[in-house]
Design a protein around this ligand. Structure first.
Ligand code: N01
Length: 540
């Protein structure tokens, strides 16, 4: 556990920060580094007791990175950092990633401007002074010229409002709020887990090893690909360290550091395709999705790969009825693909059972277990692997107030409106990193944070050099931006299923594909906007 440093808070001489950043995850940490380099007085606030954001919170056993894995799941801006850090496995686990982020915090001396264990409880733009006024959980008032949201894309844990949840007398955990101070012991216990997204899938085989009984409450079956975590090959380590600038350049231009397959599944013979699929299945990670170029654009190709996975599921599970329940029938990859280790095999164990809560929904939670419409399951431990109010939840739960006291949640009540996903009209001097209508989770996260952080530093510099105090997105730019993001999504298969990308996992949330799916195009676009003198922004 890290101790908060209370000294050395960096404000300008009048006690006003140039920039307040919310979130000390990988995004906020880069923004701090960059903006401090530019000479700004910056402070980062985070509710956690340590840096690392999602990797600080998600300590459940089995948490590991999924795509793209090491050595590419890292910052790209410093070749020295790349050279000095040793990744050991292809899919580093949560402790490994957290120690990397702690290393970065020390290496770039970030901690002196990070205030931990502090939630921002209110954020309001003050018209007269042109400042953001923040209230913290410590009772402080903080004033800053600029506000940057780096609150994370999967940080606002979603707990369904099950009737009776509070009455459950056993242990209850949400995967995103796993206990920091003790290990959870499943030995000999009757454990229930609701949710089979990435978090549930990573946890299930581990719980199965020690629990007396594990009941998996599944609403939607998933496509789970083998992670095949293994020691990272020396050649890959060397390749990365020796060619970093070129790899980085390719990642910026294409969204991936290594070349992507161009061949089309629909053009391959069945024999060729099967050989490619089998090899990709053996290689693990996201190889199966990426082994052909048309899986996520052509429904026919998508069905070919989907059927291959279904075949693998049938082969992995001994009981055909159980296998049938685990077969997904929607578009492969439209819900985020999952990397698992021994997930399907766990259902062959005598102590693991599956309950289909789409067929027989959960009615309530009682003091001793879960009641569905056709049965009761007595439990000692209940795990909610029920996901997040993704992409917007971190910011809408803060619900900042812009001009005239208007609340962001009201502005977004029928769907997100933004310009470049970076700014919202009516919220001057507020920038959002990895927010909705940006590539966020569909582009390398660290690299995306760096490019957005550099862009924000650029617009602040532009304002300062021009003698302006206020920067604001023009309302007229927003509808076109929204249409552009939606049009890209419509051309892909990602928007053709229910998923947290669409907001459909949260009751009442407007359905809207929230991710800009052309990451490289997005970054070219925001660069052009900067080059044009920030077209679409008003400086005053
Ligand atoms: O959450 P999810 P997650 N009754 O939203 C079910 C990243 N991540 O925490 O599919 C019953 O994917 C819900 O059912 P359905 C990764 O990007 C990365 O697992 O909506 N069930 C689903 O099964 C991932 O995509 C890693 O029908 C209910 C599950 O809960 C993202 O985080 C590890 C329900 C939620 O799945 C989120 O993953 C973990 C209800 N009322 C996560 N409500 C890495 O390895 C929800 N569900 C990097």
């Amino acid at each position: 556990r890290l101790k908060r440093k209370k000294d050395n808070v960096n404000t300008s001489s009048n006690g006003i920060l140039d920039v307040a950043i919310i979130g000390a995850g990988l995004t906020g940490m880069y923004a701090l580094h960059k903006l401090r380099e530019e000479g700004h007085a910056v402070r980062v606030f985070d509710r956690a007791d340590g840096v690392g954001g999602t990797w600080w919170w998600n300590r459940y056993p089995g948490a590991r990175v999924d795509s793209p894995g090491a050595p590419f799941y890292c910052y790209t801006f410093s070749e020295d950092l790349v050279a000095e850090w040793e990744w050991l496995e292809t899919q580093p686990d949560q402790p490994a990633i957290l120690s990397y982020l702690n290393h970065v915090a020390d290496r770039f001396d970030l901690r002196r401007d990070i205030q931990l264990a502090t939630s921002i409880t209110d954020a309001a733009y003050e018209e007269d002074s042109g400042l953001w006024v923040l209230a913290t959980s410590k009772g402080e008032e903080v004033r800053a010229r600029y506000l940057i949201s780096a609150v994370g894309t999967l940080s606002d844990a979603y707990k369904p409002a099950f009737d009776g949840l509070a009455s459950f007398r056993g242990e209850v955990y949400h995967t995103g709020h796993w206990p920091q101070d003790h290990d959870v012991d499943f030995t000999g216990k009757r454990v229930g887990i609701i949710g089979t997204g990435s978090s549930g899938v990573q946890l299930i085989p581990i719980i199965a090893e020690s629990a007396a009984a594990l009941t998996v409450f599944q609403r939607t079956p998933q496509y789970v690909l083998p992670a095949r975590n293994r020691p990272l090959a020396e050649e890959l380590k060397t390749l990365a360290k020796e060619n970093w600038p070129e790899l980085r350049e390719r990642a910026v231009a294409t969204g991936r550091p290594l070349p992507k397959a161009q061949e089309l599944a629909v053009e391959a013979s069945q024999e060729e395709r099967n050989a490619v699929y089998e090899q990709a299945w053996l290689t693990g990670g996201m190889s199966l999705r990426d082994c052909y170029g048309d899986h996520m654009s052509d429904p026919e190709a998508n069905e070919l790969v989907a059927e291959f996975v279904r075949k693998k599921i049938r082969e992995a599970i001994t009981d055909p009825d159980v296998a049938e329940q685990l077969l997904p029938y929607y578009i492969f990859g439209a819900k985020r693909l999952i990397l698992g280790t021994g997930y399907y095999e766990a259902f062959n164990r005598d102590n693991v059972s599956i309950v289909d809560v789409k067929k027989a929904p959960i009615v309530c939670i009682t003091d001793s277990g879960v009641e569905t419409s056709d049965g009761f399951y007595e439990l000692d431990v209940l795990i909610l692997a029920t996901g997040y109010d993704a992409i917007t939840g971190g910011l809408t739960s803060l619900n900042p107030r812009g001009r005239d006291g208007v609340r962001l949640r009201d502005v977004w009540s029928k769907g997100v409106q933004s310009y470049l996903g970076l700014a919202v009209s009516g919220f001057p001097n507020m920038f959002i990193m990895h927010g909705p209508q940006t590539p966020a989770v569909k582009y390398p996260m660290h690299l995306g944070a760096e490019l957005q952080g550099d862009w924000i530093a650029g617009i602040i510099r532009h304002a300062k050099n021009g003698g302006f105090d206020t920067v604001e997105a023009q309302a007229a730019m927003q509808p076109a931006w929204g249409k552009e993001v939606a049009a890209i999504a419509d051309r892909s298969l990602y928007s053709k299923a229910e998923s947290w990308y669409m907001g459909s996992n949260i009751p009442g949330k407007p359905r809207q594909f929230m991710v800009h799916l052309d990451g490289p195009g997005y970054h070219r676009r925001i660069h052009e906007v900067a080059e044009s003198g920030y077209e679409g922004f008003e400086f005053s």
